[in-house]
Design a protein around this ligand. Sequence first.
Ligand SMILES: [Zn+2]
Length: 67
Amino acid sequence: MPEKRQPETAVINGRELSCQFCGNTTFWRQEVLIDPDRYAEYSLGWSDAKYNAFICSSCNHVHWFLA
Ligand SMILES: [Zn+2]
């Protein structure tokens, strides 16, 4: 049975995240692990790079944070 997901609010360093584009405050959260061999431009030269991506549930603008 597929899990029914709902977009959620997000707090980063004590501040509630709001969409930079539309001001919406609910997001789909996605953890992303970047393979540095294939995506060197995103890995900042680190051995691996893990990100939290918060996708605005209204306009789909993606906000990236290093995890
Ligand atoms: Zn938005």
